[in-house]
Structure formats: structure tokens, C-alpha cells
Write a protein that binds this ligand. Sequence first.
Ligand code: CTP
Length: 403
Amino acid sequence: MNALTGKHIILGITGGIAAYKSVVLLRLLIKAGAEVQVVITPNGKQFITPVTLSALSGKPVVSEFFTANTGEWHSHVDLGLWADAMVIAPATASSIGKMANGIADNMLITTYLSAKCPVFVAPAMDLDMMAHPSTCRNIKLLKSYGNHIIEPSEGELASHLVGKGRMEEPENIVAALEHYFATCDDLKGLKALVTAGPTYERIDPVRFIGNFSTGKMGYAIAESLRRRGAEVTLVSGPTVVAPPQGVNLIKVESASQMLSACEKEFDCCDIAVWTAAVADYAPACPSERKIKREKEAVNSIQLVMNPDIAATLGKCRKDGQTLVGFALETDNGEENARRKLESKNLDLVVLNSLADPGAGFATDTNRITIISRLGDMMVFPLKDKSEVADDIVNEIIYFRKNK
Ligand code: CTP
């Protein structure tokens, strides 16, 4: 049975020349066994006729809020609840902008805003529109909402210019959906614990010892684990990154608070991913009052060592748990990562190097190597952190199947 059999799919079509490919996409989705409801924008109808789409889908195409002659109301809310997935292909720059910013001036965008299901977006536009900072920012926003972007390919465009902006081929869009449905329940029934972000160790009420971690990597891992069906608890140090939807977020400040939160969750978790950049030291006696400049005490702060969360909980691990740590290194990466695999009782260690351009803190990308207790070592190229998170989760699933 195909992973799309019986799935309810909303196919959203917006006003771009690539709408002609949506007919093939619709046909392939139907052939794969999906039930498809087409929602098309008014501009989309300039490119492709609703008659073709309704004939192929076996359902009237939805475009307006009302059917003009009968006054029948089309409920975007019901549609959003009906769908197992929504695919917007082609997605023009204008529709992407409206989706990113909640400008609900047509049936397709209102349906998008109501949809609780995963959303796949296949942009299609001219290369300069695709590269414009506005489009880039809007696509980034959609990613931050958890939408899946099916990247356009490079090639000849409708303008006859050559570049990035061609809507991905319908076969590949269907393959992306099939892959999603085939893997979305991989971790169903399992509990995952993820630590993320920095910890802040108070010196006084206005100052702290911290680090440059933003939590982006840990948040992306929490999101990826949730997408694969796990019930996720994310214990996070201070960060401005928006939390992924559908995870249980526990906010903490210091390493000792992070340890206490993790201790409560660790026993019942099946997977733990220690992504947090935990401060190694904390001031021994944080001042309750702001330390004044003239006080000599400010010249030296006595530090105590923080608990090592990964190592502490690694000591009381149970059978069936999979523990994953990170090693952010500047030198002797592999050697240090292998040492951490042992000393923290991990199954997998994710090595990244601050020496690699595009890797480490406060970037949207990362370049990782995963070393497994089973002896495997996988080297990955530089990727977007959400893709890196998916690679890590794939390795966790592989490890659990093969250990
Ligand atoms: N870690 C932790 N608690 C700490 C320190 C680290 O849970 N107090 C976890 C991190 O989340 C990461 C792994 O241990 O998964 C390695 O962290 P890292 O900072 O690279 O290593 P340290 O053990 O702190 O060693 P060093 O700073 O000497 O490299």
C-alpha cells in the first residue's frame, strides 16, 4: 500500500505559470490513492481551469468563500481540519508573503491559516524574485512555522532566464509527501527529552556567565523528533527562538535548574538528546544586589563547577534508552568526541567544529559528523539546521533498529 493511500490532501494552487504542472501533480496524488481537494486562488484560475481540476479530483474546486449562485459557504476551518496534509504548488512570491504574514484575503490563505496538518510549499517564481530578501525572509518565516519547503530547482524559467525558481517536478513533490507519511510515525509512542540553548549563571541580578548558544539546533531536533511521532519535552535555557509547536517546553535559566528539570523527565524517556551548551562553571556566591563598580570583589569571581547533565543522567540510564550528546570542538574533534561518547555514556555523539565556516553557534547551518557506539562514523556536508536535525533523528532511528 502506498503511504498516500486514503490520505486527505489539500492541493493549493496559486497564480503562477507553473500551475500547469499542478494538473500532473493532482493526477499523481490521485493515482497514489489520495483524496484531493483543490483550493485555487482567483489568480490561479487565470492559468488553469477549475473544470480540469474538478474532473481529475472528482470534487468541485474551491476558490471563493461563497458559491455565487447558491450562496453556499465554503468553510476553510472544516477543510483545514479534514486535511492530513496541505501542498501549495506552485506557491508564488505573493502567496508566500501572505502566508508568512497572515494576510488572509482569499480562500487558499484562510485555509492555510486554519490547517492543523503538515504544510508543504513548492515555490515557483523568477530567479530574481526567488533571491529577493523579502522572499528569502518569508520562506524563512514559513520554515519557522514548521512548514516544509520543497526547494525549487535551477533551470530555464518562464522568462527564459536560467536560475533557481522552477517549481520542483510533480513526481518529486509526491515523493516528498510519500516519504513524510512513510516516516511520520517512526517514533510514535516514544518519549524524547531534548536540552537546548545556553545556561545563564547569575553573578548578580543584572549579570551572568553564559555563552553564544541560541538554541536553534536543539529546537530543530525537538521539532524533527515531534514530526516523526515522538512525544517531546524540550528543556531550554534562555533563547529568543520560537518554540516548535506541539512540544512540551520547560524553560530554565541555570545548569542546576536544567538538571532538576531533566531528572524529572529522564526516567520515562526513550530518547534523550543533550544539545544544550551548559555553562561549565557558576559563580560560587551570586550576589543578591548589583555589584557596584568600585567594589574590589568584582575583580575576581569565585567559581564552582556545574553538574554535567549528560554524564549525571548517563550513569543512571536504563535499557532501551538512546542517549545522544554533542561535542562542539575547536581542536582534536574526533578524539574529544569519542572521549565524550564514553565519559557521558552516550550512544551517539554529534561532533561539530567551530573551525568550520557555517557551523556552531548562532548560524542557520551546521556541518556535523556523527560517531556511534557501534563504531560507525558518518560525515555530513554543510546543511540547514532543520536538515541537520533530520539527519540526527534518522541516525537515532537507525541506531535503535540496529543496536
Ligand atoms: N553537557 C551537559 N552538562 C554540562 C556540560 C555538557 O549536559 N555541564 C553536555 C552537552 O549538552 C553536550 C555534551 O555534554 O551534549 C558535551 O558538551 P561540551 O560542552 O562539548 O563538553 P564538556 O563536557 O563541557 O567538555 P569541554 O567543555 O571540556 O569540551
